[in-house]
Design a binder for this molecule. Structure first.
Ligand SMILES: [Zn+2]
Ligand SMILES: [Zn+2]
Length: 394
């Protein structure tokens, strides 16, 4: 063994998944043996493992590729992660996997794409190799995936799952990306354990779950055509809707509609610059929304989206006179509601369904309507104050 060859390092906390089950030197030696064939020594010192190998070439292979331990991928450290000095003990590198790009596309293209997303790369682009499924030993044949290491991103941020590189769609994976959990709901029978294309049941009403009518029908249990003080809005011809073409300035930019502003902010905050750009170019609000629907949303976005919407609507109040006037047609009992198939912002129903179903049974949360109600109240109040002031002056 060449004494000049430095070991590579591992932290025990990174390899030991289960507190009760110790990782043995044998398990690590065997796992590393699937990647290189000259492991010389695997030594544990409290939380630190040192792995000595026979040649520099093997050390490079191990450092570059890491190894798999019980189906988990483990990266090794080049230097002792606990030693004092310039190395921060918690400095971890994140492996970024890029799938779906033909080999003919240049590495620089991928690098540029990732850097534009805010990744600080710490290695060159590398190529994954096909492994023997039984021995896990790597062959010399590529599988088309490329990967690279980057510095950990700021808390709560991550790279988008899909993007475009050289005009081709690709998929990006790294630790810390949230999983896109779209709620499974069947729009045919409204069960929540399958999707419409898998449905084996008859179409039924979303509100009462009876077969043979739609929400808003007079056959529905919660049919109520005489709801007082409900203002339902939807579509690009309704000034109350975010789809209504009213150019507005907010967050230092000019947008075609409030929907553009909202979807663009979502894309930017979730690190999806490609879609942010597409949203700016989208002709209609519906196009902007469709692009926005493909964005992978961060937890942070879920926490802040109501405030973003409120800011955008406040800006619309200030910049669109007709919007203001429409809001002022309300009174203190008015319920505003977006009649849209959106279970968060809207009623979850179309316009007829919304107007003819008692409001307590709307399936959507109507968050947008709730914000409108707030804005309308403060508009009415400030108008009343102005009037009474004028009154005193007379
Ligand atoms: Zn179904
Ligand atoms: Zn019904």
């Amino acid at each position: 063994m060449d004494p000049m060859i430095k070991p590579v390092y591992l932290r025990n906390r990174d390899v030991q998944n289960d507190k009760r089950k110790f990782v043995t030197d044998y398990a690590i030696a065997m796992a590393v043996g699937n990647v290189i064939d000259d492991v010389k020594c695997v030594q544990r010192d409290r939380d630190l493992w040192r792995i000595y190998v026979g040649t520099r070439a093997s050390r490079n292979v191990l450092y570059t590729n890491g190894f798999d331990l019980e189906s988990r991928h483990i990266d090794v450290f080049d230097t002792n992660p606990f030693s004092a000095g310039t190395e921060k003990p918690d400095e971890r590198i994140v492996r970024v996997l890029v799938k779906g790009i033909p080999l003919s596309v240049d590495d620089d293209c991928i690098k540029n794409m990732l850097v534009k997303m805010g990744a600080k790369l710490t290695s060159d682009i590398k190529y994954e190799k096909i492994r023997n499924p039984t021995t896990r030993k790597m062959t010399e044949i590529l599988n088309g995936n490329r990967f690279v290491y980057m510095e950990p991103l700021a808390e709560g941020s991550f790279l988008p799952r899909t993007s475009y590189c050289a005009g081709l769609k690709c998929t990006i994976y790294h630790d810390g990306q949230p999983k896109n959990e779209r709620k499974k709901i069947c729009t045919n029978c409204w069960a929540n354990d399958h999707l419409k294309f898998q449905c084996e049941y008859e179409k039924c009403c979303r509100i009462c779950k009876e077969v043979g009518h739609n929400p808003g029908s007079d056959k529905c249990t919660h049919y109520d055509p005489n709801q007082k003080d409900v203002i339902a809005f939807c579509g690009n011809e309704d000034v109350l809707s975010n789809f209504y073409p009213s150019e507005m300035k907010i967050f230092g930019q000019t947008f075609k509609t409030p929907e553009h502003a909202f979807q663009h902010t979502k894309a930017m905050r979730c690190g999806d610059l490609h879609r942010a750009d597409q949203i700016m170019k989208a002709e209609t609000a519906l196009d902007a929304k469709r692009i926005g629907n493909q964005i992978m949303m961060s937890d942070q976005w879920f926490e802040t989206r109501d405030d973003v919407m409120r800011n955008i609507l406040d800006a619309k109040v200030a910049q669109c006179k007709q919007f203001c006037e429409a809001l002022l047609k309300s009174n203190k009992n008015t319920t505003f509601v977006e009649a849209a198939y959106d279970d968060y912002w809207g009623s979850g129903l179309n316009k007829l369904g919304t107007l003819h179903t008692s409001s307590g049974h709307w399936p959507g949360k109507n968050e947008l309507g709730r914000i409108y109600t707030e804005i309308a109240r403060s508009l009415r109040n400030s108008q009343a104050t102005t009037r009474s002031r004028r009154g005193t002056l007379k």
